[in-house]
Design a protein around this ligand. Structure first.
Ligand code: PMP
Length: 301
């Protein structure tokens, strides 16, 4: 099988040769930003929204991206085409670039753009049908005044610590709380509860990424006439929820059936979760940017 091609500063390079300098500040300091995007049947789901978020992250950390938004969108499409991948997870990285060993980013002449496309299912497939067990962990979410979780920065150590604590507890995902004990999000996904027919997700100012999948779910609730609120909640509210689910580009939508050993609802993926998941799957091939030659139209549900 031929190697995947990686977009590296405007060139397509085989995966085994796609390398960056040890003096890149993305490597030295986590100085950079990224996006995770999915392509479904040749439709890059919410490509524009992802690229806008990328440029917002860049603005926040004073990072110049050497491409316009339109050029960046085209680079993603070109990378998928170069690889002939109609279904893929896309990792788009902009690092500060090569500099000297000091922290000062002014030593980095030019930021570096990397686009990787791979097949990815974040959790084992069975959990999407049966539901996932999760835990809450001692590590708290970065406080927004230190490093705002709304910035999708390359500095993911906070999330990695949480992921390791989940693994040590024998589960695949964990929830981060903020300094006040409010639930923020998972290590790589947003959280939703369903209680008495209402869908609830934490406001992102508590310390969470403004997930694109999260925003889509909020929109789908409005379209389906399901009440949905952004409201702070605690671990207790998770334990006593009727349903819980997680959302993310990599995670997609996944039901949660246990948190810290408390069974959620009846221990099965809930009805509302299933209804919203179906609605979500119905738009993944529609909403976004079509890749010429790779797009196959599917019937809308
Ligand atoms: N929170 C965190 C910390 C994440 O890394 C992600 C994945 N990008 C999400 C939430 C979900 O965001 P999205 O739906 O935009 O992928």
């Amino acid at each position: 099988m031929s190697e995947t091609l990686v977009y590296l500063d405007g060139e397509f390079v085989p995966k085994s040769k796609a390398v960056v300098s040890v003096f890149d500040h993305g490597f030295l300091y986590g100085d950079g930003i990224f996006e995770g995007i999915r392509c479904y049947g040749g439709n890059v789901f919410c490509l524009h929204e992802h690229i806008v978020r990328l440029y917002e992250s860049a603005k926040s950390i004073l990072l110049d991206i050497p491409l316009t938004i339109e050029e960046m969108e085209q680079a993603v499409v070109d990378t998928l085409q170069a690889n002939g991948m109609a279904d893929a997870y896309i990792r788009l990285i902009v690092s500060r670039g090569v500099g000297n060993l000091g922290l000062d980013p002014r030593s980095c002449a030019r930021s570096s753009v990397i686009i990787i496309t791979e097949a990815l299912s974040l959790f084992p497939q069975a959990f999407y049908e049966q539901g996932l067990s999760i835990v809450t962990v001692p590590t708290r979410r970065n406080i927004p005044d230190a490093l705002n979780p709304k910035i999708k920065s390359l500095n993911y150590l906070n999330n990695i610590l949480v992921k390791m604590e989940a693994a040590r507890a024998g589960v695949h995902e964990a929830l981060m709380l903020n300094q006040d004990g409010y639930v923020c999000e998972g290590s790589g996904d947003n959280i939703f509860l369903v209680k008495n027919g209402k869908v609830i997700t934490p406001p992102t100012y508590l310390g969470a990424l403004e997930g694109i999948t999260r925003n889509i779910v909020i929109e789908l609730c409005a379209e389906l006439g399901i009440p949905c609120e952004e409201k702070p909640f605690t671990r207790h509210d998770v334990y006593v929820a009727d349903e819980v689910f997680l959302t993310g580009t990599a995670a997609e939508m996944i039901p949660v059936i246990d948190c810290d050993g408390r069974t959620i609802g009846n221990g099965q993926p809930g009805e509302m979760t299933q209804r919203l998941t179906e609605a979500f799957r119905g738009i993944t091939h529609q909403r976004g940017t079509k890749v010429p030659e790779l797009y196959t139209a599917v019937e809308t549900v």
